[in-house]
Design a protein around this ligand. Structure first.
Ligand code: SF4
Length: 254
């Protein structure tokens, strides 16, 4: 074997030895770290361990919920339907429990929602609702929202929740065959020709819409009607010229 080959062989051996040494050092550091963390964990009082485990579980659930929201929104975009919830609400939650809502207080809550209409009334109702829910949770630790308020009548016993809101909640959360009739939905149902002049209450219009729209589209249609009424088919001056459903509209043009 000539000197050149010997030199290469010896350098390679040295390199391998060095790599093995580095790997062994890394493994040793890693196992020391694991042992140190285990010792620190074992030394913690039981309540602290429970608190950390609960916090980890909460973070895990939040991550899972964020992932599900993202997937849901992407799916809705693909299908061209509105998502069931808004990122802005879920991602920037300030008060995700009745207690946190109460901690904001009436004035604090108003500050958060003052850009929407009727925010004074809405804030008062949210505080009333939070008081009710907080009281129920205190008196029954195993309580879960859907268990007690899974239908329209039960929801309507809560502060600030009328038939329209209860319909929207049950339809969006649980796919119930309900539709929330607000001023826009009421007006559009008449303009589309879905409701007759005799259908002069939200409940009568609700029944007509439920008969016409297939169940699986009810929640999405409800949302689309509100948006269409707010921005295109407005009460005073409907923008028929630019209306995407003009050809389907049963309205005699005003
Ligand atoms: S055509 Fe006019 S009245 Fe009919 S839905 Fe469109 S905006 Fe409303």
């Amino acid at each position: 074997m000539d000197d050149g080959v010997k030199r290469v062989g010896s350098s390679f051996s040295k390199l391998m030895a060095e790599l093995e040494e580095r790997q062994a050092r890394r493994e040793k550091e890693e196992s020391e770290k694991i042992a140190r963390e285990k010792a620190e964990w074992d030394a913690l009082p039981e309540e602290e361990k429970q608190r950390i485990l609960a916090q980890r579980e909460q973070e895990r659930k939040k991550e899972l919920a964020a992932k599900e929201r993202k997937e849901h929104i992407e799916e809705c975009k693909r299908k061209g339907i509105p998502p069931r919830f808004y990122d802005a609400i879920w991602d920037n939650w300030t008060a995700d429990t009745p207690e946190k809502m109460l901690a904001l207080g009436l004035e604090g809550l108003k500050e958060h929602i003052k850009s929407i209409s009727f925010f004074n009334n809405k804030a008062a109702n949210i505080i009333k609702l939070s008081e009710q829910l907080s009281g129920i949770i205190r008196s029954n630790a195993a309580w879960r929202f859907p268990d007690m308020y899974h239908n329209r009548d039960a929801l309507m016993t809560l502060g600030g929740i009328g038939r329209k809101t209860a319909n929207v909640i049950t339809s969006i959360l649980w796919g119930a065959k309900n539709v929330g009739v607000d001023t826009h939905v009421f007006r559009l149902a008449h303009r589309f020709g879905w409701a007759a002049a005799a259908d002069n209450t939200p409940e009568k219009v609700e029944k007509k819409i439920i008969k016409i729209i297939p169940d699986k589209y009810l929640a999405a249609a409800n949302h689309l009607m509100v948006m269409h009424g707010r921005y295109v088919c407005k009460a005073m001056r409907p923008d028929c010229e630019n209306c995407p459903v003009q050809k389907l509209c049963g309205c005699k043009k005003e």
